[in-house]
Write a protein that binds this ligand. Sequence first.
Ligand code: F6R
Length: 606
Amino acid sequence: MCGIVGILGTKAVATDLVDALRRLEYRGYDSAGIATVENGHLERRRAEGKLRNLETRLLTEPLTGRTGIGHTRWATHGRPVERNAHPHMSDRVSVVHNGIIENYRDLKAELTARGHTFETDTDTEAVVHLVTDGMQQGLGPIEAVRAALGRLEGAFALGIIFAGHDDLMIAARQGSPLALGHGTGEMYLGSDAIALAPFTDTITYLEEGDWAVLRRTGAEIYDRAGARVERPLVKAVASALLVDKGNHRHFMAKEIHEQPEVISHTLANYLDMAAGTVNFPPLGIDLASVSRVTISACGTAYYAGLVGKYWIERIARIPVEIDTASEFRYREPPLSPGGLSLFVSQSGETADTLATLRYCKANGQRIASIVNVRTSTIARESHAVLPTLAGPEIGVASTKAFTCQLSVLACLAIALGRARGTIDAAQEAELVKALTEIPRLISTVLRNEDEYEKLAHELSKARDVLYLGRGTSYPLALEGALKLKEISYIHAEGYGAGELKHGPIALIDENVPVVVIAPEDELFEKTMSNMQEVAARGGQIILVSDAESSKVGCRLATHIRVPKAHPFATPLLYAVPIQLIAYHTAVFMGTDVDQPRNLAKSVTVE
Ligand code: F6R
């Protein structure tokens, strides 16, 4: 979390730093700040809250330095107030940091005893004093940083500038991503290449443990052991047009509406639609011999993985173990050699997912990742990358990345089934056709947005909302509840419909809306029985289903009619109504849809 940028420019850099930070606000927006070298000394401006507050501040208190760093914060240590906003600094050094310095308490105690005064509640300030201390002992800036890095434990990406050094910036990466950008007589630093898109597309990605000395003429990169290393220059695919909402009010709306196109695009990468076959890239493992699959991910990506479990078990008859990455990594489950481990991540930078990937790799698993950002750390550390072609997802609540993850998982399940002979060519063709129809069916759903606006009025009055589903609709119930709570702040829970009677049914009364996700599949009647149990207790039922109302048998508060789809492909289709329910409720309630409170798009801390 947190986004960091740095520029060694040929003119004043404050405006460009803010521009770059705007592209990183998806990483956090609790506060923002920049620092520059002004006539040899360090100056900074910081502001609580969103970047626009910093911009306002800079109008009246501008900075003119040509060397600067910037930060947009997702608070971990210390409340999101200006005092804790980055950059942190002493009279000699200024630091921006993404990640967590785990041993900061020990460092703080040691440095306080040596006469340093700490002014913030952050872990980052320990870095400032550590480097300053080295310089006070007579070390030059580079040596002081080198010595400090050797003392830091945890995950970090750092950008550091120094008083009296107009042509020097130091970057360091351990566990958090960092990209260097090469301009003409200028150098850049960013948490990702997107931040640098307006300035350069020539990028060097630092590797784990690397640190770099930047000057306007280029960068010298060193590895963890201090040896000079060369890292390749790559052309970034990031486009300067990324932060454009088109005709939509929010990025989330734009991204929901892009789904027919990006799902088609993703499916086309894995299917031969004309031939009715899956065209899966080699994973470096014989699919026919896969006897066990492990899936690990976080949040929405985890729910995509959970749908994948149902599909792979049903179609390919392979047992799938799945867990949230934050649990998996410390559970350290035994893994038999030769298994396939799948990681699902939009950003490809989620710290828990990455840690789990490393655990599985160290335990002899073949690593395949389903990622949206192809240059991400998770992609780079995988044996095989299965890209989702969703394009940049800016809204913090994931929508199109989720359905593209489902698309890849569906294709993988079919590929595994064919390789193992659990489905034949005719069944493969049927499933491929089912997926191929989804973009068109989603377009139909997207033409009926009025009904969601009406529903939003009702849901906005609720204190709690329950989501129910069975089979592959169960993970969708979990995802529906997550979407609603993260952007509308209404408490919501998802349950397997059959689980309701084991406790949650106690919550039902006439004030509790219950969203029932029930495609007319083999489990439909079972879900209807559970819905009757809710109706009998006065719950307001919102049914999301392709079934005729006449088949329902109880009074519904709302029936969102979804077009008929093949039961295999329904998760892709039903994802869209649950996104629209959450979106319109949040819009009606006036929350910050694209940047909901307390969240960040890329979670690079544990
Ligand atoms: C919710 C959401 C999060 C992410 C989770 C994993 O809408 O977006 O739950 O799914 O933080 O992020 P990635 O996919 O980047 O690993």
